[in-house]
Design a protein around this ligand. Structure first.
Ligand SMILES: Cc1cc2nc3c(=O)[nH]c(=O)nc-3n(C[C@H](O)[C@H](O)[C@H](O)COP(=O)(O)OP(=O)(O)OC[C@H]3O[C@@H](n4cnc5c(N)ncnc54)[C@H](O)[C@@H]3O)c2cc1C
Length: 404
């Protein structure tokens, strides 16, 4: 078991510094442009791939850190630069986590690198769970996977909604119902390899924030994938289905839920990066902006806002680091992952709103970044489990009861 320490080690400090510089020099100066363009920032992601920041090796190394802190530290810096571009760089990670969480070691080695490509040819991954009628309620997926035994192929049909990198990804990881009667326990995850016929992009969503991240529907129309694309393999799935049928309501988790649980501190770290960026801009501004003959920070009304902002930001980081460490060292016992994501995302919304208030009229314009940060922050209370669902997870964990 790794020691829990608030003192980052040399490697972590180096990574923090390296990503901060990339965020400051490359990401932040391009943030306004890509927010306006509302399209995937390929040139910036290619820059990130060139320095090794976008790539499976970086992901695997960070995920392999026994303290668990490297990942949240890296993400905080990335999203400090800009959340839309940050999400464009991180989006493939969700597909990679879906593969790593459910696949065999051979499947991980085959598919995770393909979610990233390399510096010469950047590739993307997408993790497709949500559907028009199933977001929070992931046990009600309608996308079906049917096994064609004669050809050893799986046939996928359905529509996925709000998918990050949906339709533009090279590798789509799709969660589908094999036995819908078993709800979440009857689901499995499949890799849809690059170039597979029958998978296409539906509507591209125009969004409130994180506009540089591509979000779209994914339509699966008789998509055929080889048997080896079932993550975890057929034997394991058959055994799981048999257990579920026998046990009736067993407590076994559905594949999508376990991916989301493991990635929650990382999503909290995204929100934390946005909150810290808005706070820093506000603090600098409050010291410089003069009203009634003195800097506005000399008024308690403004100084106390900043005091509250940094208190919540630091509390978020402590929750995130604890959750990230706990996930690697023993596992969550009372909803620590959800606490970190819930608190950090609500903090980001509140802090970015206060930042606009502190900057006054300038804050409401696009020039000063904080209005974009406010728009970007909001998604964190919605995706990968809404704030209400996080509270549900925590309430169930502390009570041991199936609170509705
Ligand atoms: C920009 C963006 C990117 C996304 N990327 C992905 C992706 O890459 N892959 C993917 O699979 N999905 C993705 N999503 C989908 C996202 O995870 C869902 O939107 C989210 O889980 C919420 O589901 P929903 O929209 O259906 O809302 P609903 O589940 O319909 O919820 C609506 C409201 O009801 C509340 N609610 C629902 N059930 C309960 C309950 N039991 N108790 C209390 N309140 C409840 C919710 O908290 C919410 O306030 C993305 C969404 C967006 C907007």
């Amino acid at each position: 078991m790794a020691e829990f320490s608030l003192q980052l080690n040399d490697d972590q400090l180096q990574i923090q510094d390296w990503i901060h510089n990339f965020a400051k020099d490359v990401i932040r100066p391009n943030a306004i442009e890509w927010d306006e363009r509302e399209e995937f920032p390929f040139p910036i992601v290619e820059e990130a791939a060139k320095i090794g920041l976008y790539g499976w090796e970086f992901l695997m190394n960070s995920m392999g850190d026994p303290s668990g802190l490297t990942m949240p530290v890296a993400i905080e810096e990335l999203f400090w630069g800009d959340a839309g571009i940050g999400m464009a760089i991180m989006g493939s990670g969700l597909a990679a986590a879906g593969i790593a969480g459910n696949g065999t070691p051979e499947q991980v080695m085959e598919w995770v690198p393909q979610c990233y490509g390399d510096a010469n040819k950047v590739q993307l991954g997408a993790f497709c769970v949500s559907e028009p009628d199933a977001g929070s309620d992931v046990s009600s997926l309608r996308t079906r996977a049917v096994y064609d035994e004669a050809n050893d192929e799986w046939v996928l049909n359905g529509t996925k909604a709000w998918i990050t990198n949906g339709g533009i990804a090279d590798v789509h990881v799709v969660v589908a119902a094999v036995d819908p009667a078993l709800k979440g326990r009857g689901q499995a995850s499949f890799v849809v390899p690059p170039g597979t016929k029958g998978i296409s992009q539906g509507q591209k969503y125009l969004k409130h924030g994180i506009r540089a991240s591509h979000t779209a529907e994914v339509v699966l129309d008789d998509v055929r994938v080889p048997g080896r694309c079932l993550l975890g393999g057929k034997e394991k799935l058959d055994a799981k289905l048999a257990r579920a049928r026998e046990a009736g309501r067993s407590g076994e988790k559905q594949p999508a839920m376990s991916t989301f649980e493991a990635t929650r501190p990382a999503v909290g770290a995204q929100a934390l990066g946005i909150a810290r960026a808005a706070y820093e801009i506000s603090l600098d501004y409050a010291k410089e902006r003069v009203a009634f003959g003195k800097p506005i920070i000399m008024n308690q009304a403004i100084a106390f806002k900043l005091a509250n902002m940094i208190t919540r930001i630091d509390a978020s980081r402590l929750l995130i680091w604890r959750a990230a460490w706990t996930a690697k060292n023993g596992g969550f016992t009372h909803g620590e992952g959800s606490m970190s994501k819930y608190y950090a995302s609500e903090t980001a919304v509140r802090v970015t709103e206060e930042a606009i208030q502190i900057l006054g009229g300038y804050g409401y314009t696009r020039e000063y970044h904080v209005e974009r940060m406010h728009r970007d922050a909001k998604i964190h209370t919605i995706f990968e489990g809404t704030s209400e669902i996080q509270q549900l997870v925590i309430a169930r964990a502390i009570s041991g009861l199936r609170i509705e």
